[in-house]
Design a protein around this ligand. Sequence first.
Ligand code: ADP
Ligand code: MG
Length: 105
Amino acid sequence: MAEMMISLRNVSKTYVSMGDEVQALKSVSFDVNKGEAVSIMGHSGSGKSTLLSIIGALNPPTEGRVEIDGINIYELSQEMRADFRREYLGFVFQQFQLIPLSNSS
Ligand SMILES: Nc1ncnc2c1ncn2[C@@H]1O[C@H](COP(=O)(O)OP(=O)(O)O)[C@@H](O)[C@H]1O
Ligand SMILES: [Mg+2]
């Protein structure tokens, strides 16, 4: 059997902003095996960025379990999760997240 790298079980994410609840993900489960290349497709607002940030150890799910290489990443302390991101993950942000030069105009 192929080696499992990423495993999501019943992952849900509900955002609450200004009293409104938005369910961005509803009980998502899948596995990605070692060496597999996967693309996630869906219309704008369907939850792609939310899903990637959850897999990227950047955004805790409201419910469910996320394991990467057998590690339940949201059971780690914040500090351990930061170490985990540094050692295991590369994440290219949609926005570049760079700090502008103070002398740029
Ligand atoms: N930080 C947030 N606070 C509140 N709602 C959010 C937040 N991020 C995303 N959403 C909402 O969650 C849903 C999914 O968004 P998102 O994951 O960005 O989708 P996609 O990347 O597929 O366009 C949308 O309805 C969006 O408005
Ligand atoms: Mg997006």
